[in-house]
Design a binder for this molecule. Structure first.
Ligand SMILES: C[S@@+](CC[C@H](N)C(=O)[O-])C[C@H]1O[C@@H](n2cnc3c(N)ncnc32)[C@H](O)[C@@H]1O
Length: 286
C-alpha cells in the first residue's frame, strides 16, 4: 500500500487542533480556519514534529479469540508476547481488560475497561474457559508512546476524532489499566529489531508475535519479518497473528490471520472491522 502524504498532513493538522482543544480548552471547531490562522506557527511545528499516532484498544476485542484459539490448539497457557508496531502498547495488555461476547465473557470482573462489539458469526463459548498467563510483553515501534507521560497520553488522545467521546472514554480507561504495569516498548524498525527480540526468548512459554494495522506501513519489510519468524520458529514454539486483507480484492475489512509453527501454514480465523468493532468468526463452532 502506498501512503499519500497529503492525507497524513491533513490528519496531523486536525490532530494539532484537537491537541490544543484538549490542552488549552479552546474550541477550534466552530471556526477552524480562524483557529488555524491564529495558531499557524504552533501548528506548523506540531505537523513537522508529530507523525500520526493511533492505538485502538478495541482491537483487543477481535484479538482475544485469536489468542485463545492458539492456546486451545497448542495446549500452552504461558505466553510471551511481542507486538510489531504497538504504538503505546494498549493491545499488549489485553489480558487486563474485561470482554463481552454473545456466548460468554472473559477477564477480571473488576477491570477498568470492558470491551464488546458486534459478532456477525459468534465466537464459540468453549474458548472462554482458557485463561492463559502472559509472562512477558515487548513491543517494537518506530515511534512508541510512553503513556506514563502526560505529554504522550495527550498526543494519543489528540489523534482520536474529537467528536468520538466514547473512544476517548475507552482510551482513558485503557491508559489507566496500562499504567499499573506498562509493557516494555523498544524504539526501532521491526524488520531490524525483531530477530534480536526473538533471540531473547526464555524456555517455558509460547511466543506470540502480533501485528495489527501495521501491514500498510511495512512494504518490503514484511518479507524480512516473516523470514525472522520462520528462522525463530525452527528453534522454539511460535505463533503469529496479524491483520491483512482477507483476500486480494477485499479492501473494506480485515482478515485476522494466524500461523502456528511447526506446521506454519497461514489460516484465516476471523473477518473484522478496521477498529475491531465487529468480527465474524471463521473457526470451528465448538
Ligand atoms: C496505525 S498504528 C497501529 C498501532 C497499533 N498496532 C494498533 O493496532 O492500535 C501503526 C503503528 O505502526 C508503527 N510502525 C510503522 N512502521 C513500523 C516499522 N517498520 N517498525 C515498527 N513499527 C512501525 C507506527 O509507528 C505506529 O505506531
Amino acid at each position: 500500500m502506498v501512503r499519500d502524504d497529503r492525507w497524513d498532513r491533513a490528519l496531523q493538522l486536525l490532530g494539532g487542533l484537537h491537541y490544543l482543544a484538549l490542552r488549552d480548552g479552546i474550541d477550534p471547531w466552530g471556526d477552524p480556519a480562524a483557529a488555524v490562522t491564529e495558531h499557524a506557527d504552533w501548528l506548523r511545528g506540531f505537523v513537522a514534529e508529530h507523525g500520526i499516532q493511533t492505538n485502538e484498544v478495541q482491537r483487543s476485542w477481535m484479538l482475544l479469540p485469536c489468542f485463545l484459539e492458539i492456546v486451545r490448539r497448542t495446549g500452552t497457557e504461558i505466553l510471551d508476547l511481542i507486538e510489531i508496531g504497538p504504538s503505546a502498547g494498549l493491545n499488549l495488555v489485553w489480558d487486563r481488560y474485561r470482554y463481552r461476547y454473545e456466548n460468554g465473557g472473559w477477564g477480571k470482573a473488576d477491570a477498568a475497561l470492558e470491551l464488546s462489539g458486534e459478532e456477525r458469526r459468534p465466537v464459540p463459548g468453549s474458548l472462554w474457559g482458557f485463561v492463559p498467563w502472559v509472562r512477558r510483553r515487548r513491543g517494537i515501534d518506530l515511534s512508541p508512546l510512553d503513556l506514563t507521560r502526560d505529554e504522550d497520553t495527550l498526543l494519543l488522545k489528540a489523534f482520536v476524532w474529537a467528536d468520538q467521546q466514547h473512544r476517548l472514554e475507552r482510551l482513558n480507561r485503557a491508559v489507566e489499566t496500562l499504567r499499573t504495569n506498562p509493557p516494555v516498548l523498544e524504539r526501532g524498525d521491526a524488520a531490524e529489531r525483531l530477530p534480536e527480540l526473538l533471540a531473547e526468548r526464555q524456555p517455558g512459554a509460547l511466543t506470540i508475535v502480533v501485528q495489527t494495522a501495521v501491514t500498510g506501513y511495512l512494504g518490503e519489510r514484511a518479507e524480512r519479518i516473516v523470514g525472522a519468524l520462520e528462522d525463530a520458529a525452527r528453534q522454539f514454539p511460535l505463533a503469529f497473528v496479524w491483520t491483512a486483507r482477507p483476500a486480494p480484492d477485499v479492501h473494506d475489512y480485515w482478515g485476522l490471520w494466524v500461523r502456528i509453527w511447526p506446521e506454519g501454514e497461514p489460516f484465516l480465523i476471523e473477518h473484522a472491522g478496521f477498529h475491531g468493532q465487529w468480527l465474524e468468526w471463521l473457526g470451528e463452532d465448538e
